[in-house]
Design a protein around this ligand. Structure first.
Ligand code: HEC
Ligand code: HEC
Length: 352
């Protein structure tokens, strides 16, 4: 009898969870041809962590009045951006001043936001929560709500082995979900793997995209690869592509305070670009044709800190692309669309 009682106590102790149950490693779906994504060593992806992160991402309790979630401004139907809006609207009705950004393949990025002001996804999570023009809450407020929820306490226990949720695990879970969003199965990828061919128009667009913009070169190019080259269609730098002759948003310069950084913005990935109008940090262009027309003939050589390559193109008379070539570039950009970002159940709202 005494022996039985002891076993019972031991069993109760286990079920109360002195030791958290083991987690299951999350098998990241890395697209063929992509380098291994650098996942932070102190936050390995687990099934429990990713699914908890997804739940948090879709849960409006992260906002002060529980009406807005991360997904409100990062929708899978719009390539993880905000429903075609130029600027996002927060819970108080306040309007932001930058265009929402896509959230795929973030594992390869080391600086986040248009101005690069956040280096880690786990810390970035607190910024929209506390931004008065966005979710207008406090991290302590969110953590208190999570601890008041038996369901969340259970999920945090299973994912991180903690009995009381803190801001740290909130950030780690959100980071895990964001790191899990990979995208690399567009028509262009299938073409690159030899599985599908491009139309002659898309093929011309590809050659223009990767061609040097030298009017004396045998083949006319649009020089896009210079900044949007590589697997992710970005060189991960911050540059000024000549949008304005007078800088209104300092971009990177507002973060570093360096006058040489004024007007520089994160070079965005062009994957899934067809999903994410309007374009640029301030969403000034509605269509990809407008963007291509801008590069062709609308750039400002006198823009402070303009990228030298960009300045050379302008001084030599612009890209000089004809209508057929501009349409071809747009056709190529449309071939960078990966519909799995919209259809993969892993990225969808778990509350539905
Ligand atoms: C009210 C709309 C809104 C909400 C809510 C929102 N975001 Fe954003 N998000 C934006 C905007 C706008 C930007 C660009 C801001 C900038 O560059 O200053 C952005 C940028 C980002 C980026 C940077 C991506 C990159 O490539 O650099 C990440 C990551 C991100 N958001 C994650 C989140 C997470 C996680 C949440 C929830 C905790 C969230 N967002 C909630 C509007 C929103
Ligand atoms: C000198 C570097 C550079 C070159 C060359 C360049 N881009 Fe860009 N591109 C950028 C930067 C930086 C941004 C973001 C600028 C901003 O919002 O202030 C951008 C933004 C864009 C966007 C909007 C992305 C979004 O999410 O809103 C598209 C589309 C685009 N570029 C396509 C092209 C094409 C097509 C070419 C070739 C004709 C090209 N770019 C050449 C640097 C460059």
């Amino acid at each position: 009898m005494k022996y039985f009682a002891l076993t019972l106590i031991a069993l109760v102790a286990v079920s109360c969870g002195e030791n958290p149950p083991p987690t299951t490693p999350f098998a990241l779906n890395v697209p063929q041809g992509f380098p291994p994504p650098p996942i932070p060593e102190d936050n390995p992806l687990t099934v429990e962590g990713v699914l908890l992160g997804r739940r948090l991402f879709y849960d409006p309790i992260l906002s002060r009045d529980s009406t807005q979630s991360c997904a409100s401004c990062h929708s899978t139907s719009f390539g993880m951006t905000d429903h075609g809006l130029q600027f996002s609207v927060g819970i108080t009705g306040a309007v932001g001043d930058r265009n929402s950004m896509p959230l795929h393949n973030l594992a390869y990025h080391t600086a986040f936001f248009w101005d690069g002001r956040s280096p880690m996804l786990r810390d970035l999570t607190f910024i929209p929560i506390e931004d008065s023009r966005e979710m207008d809450h406090s991290v302590e407020g969110v953590v208190a709500k999570l601890n008041a929820s038996p369901a969340y306490r259970e999920l945090f226990w299973k994912a991180f082995g903690v009995k009381t949720v803190t801001a740290e695990e909130l950030g780690l879970a959100a980071e895990q979900f964001m790191l899990s969003i990979m995208s690399g199965s567009s028509k262009f990828d299938r073409f690159a793997r030899g599985l599908e061919s491009l139309t002659p128009e898309e093929d011309l667009g590809l050659r223009l995209f990767n061609g040097e913009a030298n009017p004396n070169a045998p083949m006319r190019g649009a020089d896009c690869f210079h900044c949007h080259g590589g697997t992710l269609f970005t060189n991960h730098k911050f540059v000024n592509n000549g949008l304005d002759s007078v800088i209104t948003d300092p971009g990177l310069g507002g973060v570093t305070g360096n006058p040489n950084d004024m007007g520089k913005f994160k070079v965005p990935s062009l994957r899934n670009i067809a999903y994410t109008p309007p374009y640029m940090h301030d969403g000034r262009f509605q269509t990809l044709m407008e963007v291509v027309d801008f590069y062709n003939s609308g750039t400002h050589a006198n823009s402070p800190n303009i990228d030298p390559a960009m300045g050379d193109i302008i001084r030599s008379g612009g890209l000089g692309l004809n209508l057929q070539e501009r349409l071809a570039l747009v056709a190529f950009l449309n071939a960078l669309t990966d519909t799995s970002i919209e259809s993969d159940t892993l990225f969808q709202n778990p509350f539905n």
